[in-house]
Design a protein around this ligand. Sequence first.
Ligand code: G4P
Length: 527
Amino acid sequence: MNLVEEIHKRKTFGIISHPDAGKTTLTEKLLLFGGAIKTAGAVKSNKITQHAASDFMEIEKQRGISVSTSVMGFDYKELKINLLDTPGHQDFAEDTYRTLTAVDSVVMLIDCVKGVEIQTEKLMEVCRMRSTPVISFINKLDREGRDPYELLDEIEDKLNIKVRPLSWPIGMGKSFKGVYSLYTKKLMLFTPSKTKINIDDYIEIADINDKKLDKYIGEKDAAKLRDDVELIDGIYPEFDIDEYRTGQVAPVFFGSAVNNFGVQELLDCFIDIAPYPKPRHTDEREILPSEDKFTGFVFKIHANMDPRHRNRIAFVRICSGMFERKKNYYHVRHDKNLRFSNATAFMAQNKETIDEAFPGDIIGLYDTGNLKIGDTLTEGEKGMFKGIPSFSPEIFKEVENLDAMKSKQLDKGLRQLMDEGVAQLFTFEMGARRVVGTVGQLQFDVIQHRLQHEYGATCRFRPMNLYKACWFASKNKKKLEEFIKSKYRHIAKDKDGKLVFMAETRQWLLMVQENFPEIEFHFTSEF
Ligand code: G4P
């Protein structure tokens, strides 16, 4: 198979949702329908064993929260699907944001009872930044949920994306009878079952006016479905794959993941319409997946899986060419060649050593501290991949060393944890104060625990009154210098040495913006 054929076979995606909407359940069902696992319940029950086997941080086990982003590859109908799992806990949202830089599309899961929730809104903002194609799955139709039209309106309003239903529910909750696929013109009747998979239970109803429909769902529901289909076709323009692939419209499916219902339609449509790997930009040029030379970037690092050996595994998304084990690759940031003899691919729940991998694939590279998030690997080319920005944290705390004898360990631990992207470190020029910024409180506990257990360093975090970290720039060099001079007490350096304005309050930031109109302020490090 040549490179282009390999690329066309690959679909790399992630599932985004608010915690509890059913992401774990849907993941399991997709693997089940994809044939990657054999019995329902496998992912759930494996959650614990998987923790033990692949969740590298002791603290994760203790807290029972999966902070790791794992990759599940499986083959389905001649395609190779890579599903990137994202941490559900909101405190690890930054991890999820970065994972989204490595996918080509997402499935957005919504609980039909709760509708669009806050975490989904935030994740969708990230998808919009990169125009990531989105398919929506409205879950838990076996429950009394909200009116489907209302849910669709809410997605459009809150998530700022147009929708196009490709399936439609017949009833809901106790009266839920099934869904009609507007995409395949088939009816699927609902039988609640957590174990049975209804692969061939479709009823072909090409014409919605066919009397067959009345026989299956009763006259009343058939009449209602006909009205609904007419209304949908009236309200929503026909599904346009290009609009979907450019992130303008999200096709919507309804179902119940726990009951294996609606998942097959989702998967079958997904493989039809989801994009295969597309070109990506470095700071020098656009790179096509079909280029001969290998390129890829690191979007995730798991460290210290084994406390006896300081090793880490870097997750690399391949963007072009073919990756080959034991070949030397160029590390752009360090300007040196590295050789990886232990590359792994991720298949369903296993890791396996691989010899080659292609665009869209995620590989795990064992590393002893050379790689950090955002790093680019190439065959000599110097451009760095863009689109892996840092976002302004929400909570800031100053690091206070509690053991002067261990300051070297603390420095090293902090540096390595930041390389992994556990949190962001800002260093003020004034007084060399170090401030850790995170999305949630939990990370401070993780950092403290890991510093102590992995590096033998003890520290305390002192809360700081900061509103946002703002990366800034200006076309006017003189004004930029003036700004830096006037606000030097409030300016820190981020992990890459970029200057960041640490705004104390929203009002103050607005005032500063007014006083320095020629300075642009951004809440992300890439703009
Ligand atoms: P998450 O990863 O997004 O956090 O969600 P997860 O899959 O763990 O699902 C959250 C809860 O929602 C689970 O119930 C799960 O069984 C339930 N769920 C998932 N899909 C459906 C569905 O289609 N219908 C209904 N009614 N429930 C669904 P739980 O009580 O927290 O766990 P469990 O004891 O059922 O495993």
